[in-house]
Design a protein around this ligand. Sequence first.
Ligand code: G1P
Length: 302
Amino acid sequence: MVANVKCSVIPAAGKGSRMYPLTKSVPKELLPLVGQPVLLTVIEEAQRCGIEQFHLITSPQKPALREFFTPSEDDNPSHPRAFTMPQVDFVTQEVAKGLGHAVLQSRDIVGNQPFVVQLPDDLYHPEDPLLQAMLDVHTVTGGCVVALMEVTTEEAKMYSSATVETADLSDKVTGGHVVFKLSNIIEKPNPEQVRSNYALMGRYVLDSRIFEILAQTPPGRNNEIQLTDALAAFAEIPVTEGGGVWGVVSRGRHFDTGNLAGYVQAQIELSLEDEYVGKTMRKFIQGLADKISVNEDTQAGE
Ligand code: G1P
């Protein structure tokens, strides 16, 4: 029986340069998403799956992250958007040497138990129980489980890519998601190296033996220690020895909140469903859409 997964590691040491100047003084993880920081929405996703402990990998240049999670007199429990302070601790990544290096920093604090990794730039729409489905797969298979998204061959080179083989597990997972067994995993492939139209996208359930592999993983793509390279090695370990990597295909909307277009899209879509501003926003967007279609009609008739 595979142990319950209790903690999530969230790498949050990046500079957020794609979002400059928004990120000049505010860490990108704290940028607002409708009524709360992006990071809180990511934490809530894991909390819905029973995960209670969060390990944030941060850089010394981002003190605001610690401040946000320190209770203060500004916290007002009767505010409509009051939140329960999650259990968060911090691990400092002194130098940015890649995602694999960031995850490796949590080795001591995570210890010898399976854990989740959530990349906070990858935001999944809350209606898709993707992370729960990944945890379900992990309960059945052990090993490591990753989130997959269908991408075009053109897009595939921006992510990690894997060869996929159907795994007959859909009836065992929440939401009936499609599950694959993965091999030949590669970080940011050149066009001729793209393995399939599936990319690894921002969510991982990892066996703690990944730390041992990461500690021995040399710098790869961009001269950084890549989590993907460690997963590629883990996929080679036979299933009978607790190895193997499985992928669960996302079925909901995904937003890359680390780039401006994705961030604004997430803002608009989630605002339409927000408990407090949703009604106003739906009316507003409807009005805008009507205006756009009238303008297009006018142009077409000219
Ligand atoms: C990271 C990972 C990559 C993954 C991507 C999307 O890349 O290294 O394997 O496909 O996130 O989750 P980055 O976006 O940091 O370049």
